[in-house]
Design a protein around this ligand. Structure first.
Ligand SMILES: [Zn+2]
Length: 199
């Protein structure tokens, strides 16, 4: 795998010819350098990033009500958004490294749900899997897409919340990850490295 190419404010994640994700704004992010974000993405199975174009970090939150995706002031859950049209993940003004990566993985989960899962897999999630166990988090209660995004984020972060979600966890491992070995320990080491305040 190539190292990210560092430019002034942009880091490229080049995993193979079909994958080219640009990282923007992470030099202004106090929680993780663009290199560490690129490092985590490069450890994921390549097919999960297919079609994703940009990941942007905004150091200041957008003013509520000026965008269609910020619905209410003070709603702390709205720290990120995935734009299907632009194939872009936006992360705004999070307050910890753990939150940064949770939002990144959650929004990547949305990209995967819309762009990577095929129609058979998605139907299986919605019809058979989603309702078979409790939502994986409070946020996951909203709908099948949010529960999938939360499942993906919590799985990569390695929380204990998924211990009693064996059906959903198996779906993720066997369907999405295609039973490939994912270096979860290495990913979790970077993600949970709270002592590492990179600038
Ligand atoms: Zn979401």
């Amino acid at each position: 795998m190539d190292q990210g190419l560092n430019q002034a404010n942009q880091t490229e994640v080049r995993a193979d010819v079909n994958i080219h994700v640009s990282l923007w704004g992470f030099r202004q992010c106090p929680w993780a350098s663009p290199e560490s974000v690129a490092h985590v993405l490069e450890m994921l199975p390549k097919h999960l990033l297919l079609g994703l174009a940009h990941i942007r970090y905004l150091s200041q939150a957008l003013v509520p009500s000026t965008t269609t995706w910020v619905s209410a002031p003070g709603n702390v859950s709205l720290s990120g958004v995935y734009s299907q049209e632009d194939r872009t993940i936006l992360i705004q003004a999070v307050h910890s490294r753990a939150k940064l990566f949770h939002v990144l993985f959650h929004e990547l989960g949305h990209h995967i749900y819309f762009a990577v899962l095929d129609s058979v897999e998605k139907k299986r999630w919605v019809v058979d899997i989603w309702g078979s166990e409790d939502p994986v988090s409070e946020y996951g209660k909203r709908n099948a897409a949010e529960d999938f995004a939360e499942l993906f984020a919590l799985y990569l972060r390695g929380t204990s919340l998924l211990i009693d979600r064996p059906i959903k966890t198996r779906f993720l491992r066997e369907t999405l990850l295609r039973s490939k070995a994912v270096p979860l320990e290495a990913i979790r080491a970077v993600v949970n490295d709270e002592g590492n305040m990179e600038g």
